[in-house]
Design a protein around this ligand. Structure first.
Ligand SMILES: [Zn+2]
Length: 256
């Protein structure tokens, strides 16, 4: 078991550049900006070992150029997306050995938000970019609802204790939407209080976990009768399977 920790380096308005580190070395995920990374490394006296990228959006890759200018390190990212400076192109089943941290991550393909979106996972932690958020999921920019549904479902099949490190602090606004879908969900009401408290204390609401998300996230609750009913009422068309429930909830959130 390695002794790494994960720390959220803030970027832009609501992005997190997740930093996996031990006493001496760090690996960063989705550096949309470079300066917050440089500041973090300096303040902790850490040397940077690698960059991991989940997808091609500018708020996830914008800092890479400046960082590799200063650090001669590998940059891992999705094989099927065009991202400058990627040195290792990955698809599902590949592994990333982070020797400086004594850890290995496996790669999952989770297309939908973008066509080539990938995630990184070890036994305990999932870095899933903009695919699954706490109490929400990413917008479907390049894929289809069935594709995004399969990606999300793949993540729900991970162990309930898996910690989820997604890249945006959207939790509270996602909860507002989820409470509209499921006004009677007591777990959701409790979670809202916890998240409000964390944000008031200037803490990240994340990580969340697969187990927790199953009880609060409407995009994972496509089999719950009340969620099915809400999707049905909203979409005004007959819904006959879980993909259609998911698609109806996603379309609802797009206009919320
Ligand atoms: Zn994105």
């Amino acid at each position: 078991m390695n002794n790494t920790q994960v720390y959220p380096v803030k970027a832009f308005q609501d992005n997190y550049i997740w930093t996996i580190h031990n006493e001496t070395h760090a690996v960063i995920v989705d550096p949309g900006e470079s300066q917050p990374v440089f500041d973090f490394l300096k303040s902790r006296e850490l040397s940077l070992s690698a960059i991991l990228v989940t997808h091609h959006h500018p708020d996830h890759i914008g800092g890479i150029h400046d960082i590799v200018d200063r650090h001669d390190i590998p940059v891992y990212g999705p094989k099927t997306e065009t991202i400058p400076a990627i040195t290792h192109k990955l698809v599902e089943g590949d592994s990333v050995s982070l020797d400086a941290l004594d850890m290995t991550l496996k790669v999952l393909d989770i297309p939908g938000h973008t066509a080539g979106h990938i995630a990184y996972i070890d036994n305990q932690r999932l870095f899933c970019g903009d695919t699954l958020f706490s109490c929400g999921c990413g917008r479907i920019f390049e894929g289809s609802p069935p594709q995004m549904f399969r990606s999300i479902k793949k993540l729900t099949e991970l162990s309930d204790s898996t910690e989820i490190y997604c890249t945006h602090e959207y939790t509270l606004s996602n909860i507002k939407f989820a409470r509209t879908v499921e006004p009677d969900n007591q777990d959701l009401a409790n979670y809202e209080k916890i998240v409000e408290q964390k944000l008031a204390n200037k803490q990240a609401s994340l990580p969340t976990s697969i187990g927790l998300e199953k009880s609060i996230n409407p995009f994972l609750r496509y089999n719950e009768p009340k969620v099915v009913q809400a999707a049905q009422t909203r979409s005004q068309t007959p819904i006959s399977n879980e993909i259609e429930v998911f698609a109806a909830i996603r379309a609802w959130k797009d206009n919320f």
